[in-house]
Design a protein around this ligand. Structure first.
Ligand SMILES: [Cu+2]
Length: 127
């Protein structure tokens, strides 16, 4: 009887190990949600990001930025644009030019727009 119980335990440990290899490090009891949390924690805020301007439209940075991260702005248009977020940051980018600025040090979501073409909007998140 003892032998059967031991065999069962070994089997259970084996299942835990297999679960560990598939990413659920907390063992067999780890839920799908816990795996998701682990995946999110693995994505660290980036120390640099890029905002691309094309056809009067912002794209990027597309990921969370670390405080003070270097943000590169590429303007592919033939006109000047700005990347402006109130007092947090504002840079002017000439036609076909690339500039960079430092993301704010304070965590938060910063909406920005082009002060020349206010319909152009985007956002970046500092985490
Ligand atoms: Cu513009």
């Amino acid at each position: 009887m003892n032998r059967t119980r031991t065999a069962g335990l070994v089997l259970a440990v084996g299942v835990v190990l297999v679960a560990g290899w598939s990413g659920a490090v907390d063992g067999a009891s780890a839920s799908v949600a816990a795996t998701g949390t682990h995946a999110a924690a693995a994505v660290k805020p980036a120390t640099k990001g890029t905002i691309t301007i094309k056809n009067y439209d912002f794209s990027g940075p597309g990921k969370n930025l670390a405080p003070g991260a270097r943000v590169t702005v590429k303007n592919l248009d033939s006109v000047t644009h700005t990347v402006t977020s109130g007092h947090a940051f504002s840079v002017k980018v000439g036609a076909h030019k690339t500039v960079s600025f430092k993301a704010p040090k304070k965590a938060g979501k910063y909406k920005f727009h082009c002060s020349i073409h206010p319909f152009m909007t985007g956002s970046l998140t500092v985490k």
